[in-house]
Write a protein that binds this ligand. Structure first.
Ligand SMILES: Nc1ncnc2c1ncn2[C@@H]1O[C@H](COP(=O)(O)OP(=O)(O)OP(=O)(O)O)[C@@H](O)[C@H]1O
Ligand SMILES: [Mg+2]
Length: 312
């Protein structure tokens, strides 16, 4: 049994109006405890709708969402508890921030979870702010006076402060500079390792997904297109581009090489792994061009080198 399962999930915006839009249809997935899932898909494919259903912010038109085996809508009055267990950082942080100060905003979750001790609360708030890279001096400011990147960090801190068992982040690195992006991704990975939490990361950046996800969910027009371990997903470069996605640049290079007739593998999606594969290819290429009489070293140890270089 997965920590989260969905069965035949369907969601419709503006039902019964001229603007009716089926945003999700037939979505059945199972996510295991401790998984790090990357969620990708073209704009409007239903990613944000799906994650809002998973934390009980939206209610499905039909189908079920199970959290630890229980239907989250079995007792609608208890739906708030689901939002503490499944923490969601919104795609647009301004929808998430509403208190007078950033400090109070971050305090909201832990307070509602029942943390009353002032010192403990203060420690949780400051640790969460530090996690998100939010300067202490911003804690007393109004969330509305923050820059876009700072708002995003405040929203991340607010969710981390609840210590959710399932952490969902919808485009958390949008609007951050490359250093800020790397830092947040590293922190999310560390949070998962430390707490054993399950993480879902929605991102338009294939590079980010390739770096951190164990498994990738690909959405296409409100349906699940693929859901598999990361390296299997990036083998389908052509299909991904057909549905409006781009594989990581490094994968693209190997797909092009294959297209040009080179005997290289194409399930390459991190730079470390790419180096091993490229060196393997070059050593085989040298062997065949320098000593034309000898057959190419097909069964050399190069394959193992490539596997060994794979980054997770
Ligand atoms: N509040 C809403 N009212 C009506 N339609 C909506 C609403 N929110 C989303 N939609 C529609 O539902 C579909 C799925 O939207 P969703 O926001 O889930 O996509 P997404 O994959 O998150 O896109 P993006 O990558 O742009 O964030 C889209 O066709 C969108 O236009
Ligand atoms: Mg979205």
């Amino acid at each position: 049994m997965g920590i989260i399962e969905t069965h035949d999930l369907r969601f419709v915006y503006g039902k019964g109006t001229p603007f009716e839009k089926v945003a999700l249809d037939g979505v059945s997935i199972s996510i295991e405890q401790g998984d790090f899932i990357g969620v990708i898909g073209h704009t409007g494919s239903g990613k944000s709708t799906l994650v809002q259903l998973l934390n009980g912010l939206l209610r499905p038109a039909s189908g079920q969402i199970l959290l630890n085996g229980s239907d989250i809508w079995a007792k609608p009055k208890k739906i708030r508890n689901v939002r503490f267990e499944v923490g969601l950082v919104f795609q647009y942080p301004e929808y998430q921030l509403f208190e007078e100060t950033v400090y109070k905003d971050i305090a909201f979750g832990p307070l509602n979870k029942g943390i009353k001790n002032k010192d403990e609360l203060d420690r949780i708030i400051r640790t969460a702010a530090e996690f998100a890279g939010l300067k202490e001096s911003l804690l007393e400011k109004s969330p509305f006076d923050l820059s876009g990147g700072e708002k995003r960090r405040a929203a991340i801190a607010g969710v981390i402060a609840m210590q959710p068992k399932v952490l969902i982040l919808d485009e958390p690195t949008a609007g951050l500079d490359p250093r800020g992006r790397d830092r947040i991704l590293d922190r999310i990975r560390a949070y998962r390792e430390k707490t054993g939490s399950t993480v879902l990361l929605v991102s338009h950046s294939m590079e980010d997904i390739a770096r951190v996800a164990d498994r990738v969910l690909v959405m296409n027009h409100g349906r699940v297109e693929m859901f598999d371990v990361t390296k299997n997903i990036f083998r389908h470069g052509e299909r991904l581009s057909e549905i409006g996605l781009r594989v990581p640049q490094v994968t693209q290079v190997f797909l092009e090489l294959k297209h040009l007739g080179a005997d290289v593998r194409t399930d390459v999606y991190t730079m470390d792994f790419a180096k091993g594969v490229a060196l393997d290819f070059l050593s085989r290429h040298d062997a065949t061009t320098e000593q034309p009489d000898r057959p190419p070293a097909e069964n050399s140890s190069a394959g193992e080198t490539a596997e060994g270089g794979e980054a997770q």
